[in-house]
Design a binder for this molecule. Structure first.
Ligand code: S3P
Length: 166
């Protein structure tokens, strides 16, 4: 089976939904941020602090290239994985891409208590999420085979819709 590659902004529920989807389909589940952390032996905020965002993006590109080449797994990507054209190409050729569309309000609610996202360590995380979505939404759409609305819907319902549309 082709990979199923999940994209979308921070707080879209990519990891939660990816894990549930993999379970339903009896596929392996990979989370690119977790892979980066395992390989680096450090967490994402540390990588941003020490190597900068570009250092993190380089690691992300390496991991995604590998994950997209493997087969038969569900891959949850980081919110900025669509920024580099190399990644978009790897995802497009590596499987079916599912975009979890999520409003900024939902993203704010779902990320409010999380300290593990360096881009949100700012006085106004809501504005950051708004600005990022404006730039990134066209890129998510550009590579998406399936777009799913996640607002006001529990993860299980989102998974059922993905299964129905595969
Ligand atoms: C990022 C999203 C994060 C993580 C990193 C950068 C982004 O992943 O990759 O903090 O640029 O949007 P999640 O989307 O899983 O939070």
């Amino acid at each position: 089976m082709q990979n199923l590659i999940i994209v979308g902004p921070m707080g879209a529920g990519k990891s939660t939904i990816g894990r549930l989807l993999a379970k339903e389909l009896r596929l392996a589940f990979k989370d690119s941020d977790k892979e980066i952390e395992q390989r680096t032996g450090a967490n994402i905020p540390w990588i941003f602090d020490v190597e900068g965002e570009q250092g993190f993006r380089d690691r992300e590109q390496c991991v995604l290239a590998e994950l997209c080449l493997e087969q038969g797994q569900v891959v949850a990507t980081g919110g900025g994985a669509i920024l580099r054209p190399e990644n978009r190409q790897a995802m497009r050729t590596g499987g079916r891409v599912i975009y979890l569309h999520t409003s900024v309000e939902q993203q704010i609610a779902r990320t409010a208590r999380d300290r593990n996202r360096p881009l949100l360590r700012t006085a106004n995380p809501g504005q950051v999420l708004r600005d990022l979505l404006e730039i990134r939404d066209p890129l998510y759409r550009e590579i998406a085979d399936i777009i799913i609305e996640t607002d006001e819907r529990p993860p299980r319902m989102v998974v059922q819709e993905i299964l129905a549309r595969l």
